[in-house]
Design a protein around this ligand. Structure first.
Ligand code: ATP
Ligand code: MG
Length: 236
């Protein structure tokens, strides 16, 4: 994989002139209309904005889950446009963690097995070292004692924390979370946000989170506001 040098190495991810158009002709939707954005490394960034403003589309383009119509995305110094689909899959596995609103845990596996899964998918052997790392992340997230349980035996907040641990275990350059607390009650939300915050502080993780709620965004270092496919503002 070619690594091209980038001007700002402090950015964990950056978008330049990003547009995304869905459909054609009468059904055309301009989800992103020219977005320039830099995601600061080691920071907790929240993306806010009304429903349909383009938050998920932006996050999917930044995470390499979707291709923009035009413009560039760079993650960890790698321009994603230079990668074909197979290379992009490998790049994502090694550099990007993603937490979905619906936890997407595998019900047949224990919490511990769910967390180790990305390592196995990446063809990495489960060693004492990887096991210790998984345990350390699980401990940081407060689920270290629940690793032998199946998702159905865990609370919503615990399941979401397993999903976060699973996204962190490969030490991704950047962790994306699309409304990770959308399905949780306020107490459990606070718990999950607290742990995301701690992964930034204690593990030096870069986190980007989409949220509707100002109370959730309050945990972030920077708040990016999206409106009608544009960046309306960035607040520190
Ligand atoms: N696959 C798709 N095909 C067509 N239009 C789409 C598709 N995905 C999203 N859109 C449209 O693009 C626009 C932006 O959608 P997006 O999902 O990014 O919004 P959002 O800000 O995440 O909204 P929400 O807060 O409701 O999740 C919307 O008008 C949506 O209808
Ligand atoms: Mg969305």
């Amino acid at each position: 994989m070619t690594q091209t040098s980038v001007p700002t190495m402090t950015a964990a991810a950056r978008a330049v002139g990003l547009t995304k158009t869905y459909g054609k002709g009468a059904t055309e939707v301009h989800a992103l209309r020219g977005v320039d954005l830099e995601i600061r490394r080691g920071a907790f960034t929240a993306i806010m904005g009304p429903s349909g403003s383009g938050k998920s589309t932006l996050m999917h383009c930044l995470a390499g889950l979707d291709r923009p119509t035009s413009g560039q995305v760079m993650v960890a110094g790698q321009p994603l446009e230079n990668l074909d689909d197979d290379q992009l899959t490998v790049f994502r596995r090694e550099n990007v963690g993603f937490v979905f609103q619906a936890f997407n845990l595998l019900p047949m596996l224990t919490a511990g097995q769910n967390i180790q899964l990305p390592l196995e998918l990446a063809g990495k052997r489960v060693t004492d070292e990887t096991r210790a790392r998984a345990q350390m992340i699980a401990d940081t997230l407060g689920i270290g004692k629940r690793l032998g349980h199946k998702p159905s035996e865990l609370s919503g907040g615990q399941q979401q924390r397993v999903a976060i641990a699973r996204a962190l275990v490969t030490q991704p350059a950047i962790l994306f979370a699309d409304e990770p607390t959308g399905n949780l009650d306020s107490e459990t939300s606070a718990e999950v946000l607290d742990h995301l915050r701690r992964s930034v502080r204690e593990l030096g993780q870069t986190v980007v989170m989409v949220t509707h709620e100002a109370s959730a965004a309050a945990y972030a270092d920077e708040i990016v506001t999206v409106k009608d496919g544009h960046i309306e503002g960035v607040t520190r």
